[in-house]
Design a protein around this ligand. Sequence first.
Ligand SMILES: NC(=O)c1ccc[n+]([C@@H]2O[C@H](COP(=O)([O-])OP(=O)(O)OC[C@H]3O[C@@H](n4cnc5c(N)ncnc54)[C@H](O)[C@@H]3O)[C@@H](O)[C@H]2O)c1
Length: 248
Amino acid sequence: MARLDGKVAFITGAGTGIGRATAVLFAREGAKLAIADIDAAAGEESAHLAGNGAIAIRTDVTDPDSLQNAIRQTVGLFGRLDVLHNNAGGSTAADNTAVEAPLDEFWRAIKLDLFGTFLGCRLGIPELIKSGGGSVINMSSNVALMGVPGRDCYTAAKGGIAAITRSLAVAYAPQKVRVNAIAPSATMTARVRALVAANPALTKLAESHLLGLIEPEDIAATALYLASDESRMVTGQVLRVDSGVTIS
Ligand SMILES: NC(=O)c1ccc[n+]([C@@H]2O[C@H](COP(=O)([O-])OP(=O)(O)OC[C@H]3O[C@@H](n4cnc5c(N)ncnc54)[C@H](O)[C@@H]3O)[C@@H](O)[C@H]2O)c1
C-alpha cells in the first residue's frame, strides 16, 4: 500500500520548486491532489508531471476569495481534504536588515508567506476537521531558528509561521488536526540558485551545509512523512531539514 493512499492533499505554490517535487512525490504515493499556484501554466505542468488525476487551480494565496474557491473546488471534486500544505512563499534579493530593507519588501513577505499561510489555515482547517482530522504542513525556514543577517523581512514572516504552527497545533489537537512546519535551509530550486549566486552572505551560508546542498526532493520527503500517518503522534514541530546549518 502506498503511503498516502486514500488521502486528498492541497498544496500551494506547487507550480515550481519544492512544491512541485512534493506534488510529484505525493501523487506517486497515492494522494489525490490539487496544485494551487498563482502561475496557471506552471500549475498545469506540475499536475501533468504528478499524474494520478492531480488538478491545477489558479490561486492567489493572499486573496481570501481565491483561496476559498480553490479549497472548495478541491473538496467538491475529491470529496474531502486530509493534507493542507501551505508552501507558497519565498524571499527576494530586495530583502535586507530592518534598517535597510525597502518597506514594500517587508509587506510583500508578510503578505505572501505569513498572511498566505494564516489564510490557508483559516480556510483549510475546517475542511480537515470535517474529514475527521488531518495534517497541516506549513513552510518555515532556517532563518526562523538562527540569526541570518540581511533577511529581516523574510525572517519576520517565517518566524511568525513557526509561532502559529505551535499555537494552531494546540488549538486543533482535540479535532485530530496536526500542525507542523518544515524549516529548510537553502534548497536548490531555480529561484534559490539565482539568489545564492547574487548574494555573498548566502553563498557563505551554502558553503556551511555539513552534508552538502539540499535538493527539493529532500524537503518533499519530509512533507511526505508529515502528510502520512507515520507522523500521527507529531504535532507543533518545526522540523529542520537543513544539512546541519542550524547546529554548526
Ligand atoms: N528554496 C529554499 O532554499 C527554501 C528555504 C527555506 C524555505 N523555503 C520555502 O519553501 C517554499 C517553497 O520555496 P521554493 O524555493 O520552492 O519557491 P519557488 O519560487 O521555486 O516556488 C514558489 C511557487 O509559489 C508560487 N506563488 C508565488 N506567489 C503565489 C501566490 N500569491 N499564490 C500562490 N502561489 C504563489 C510561484 O508561482 C511558485 O510556483 C517557500 O515558502 C519558501 O519560503 C525555501
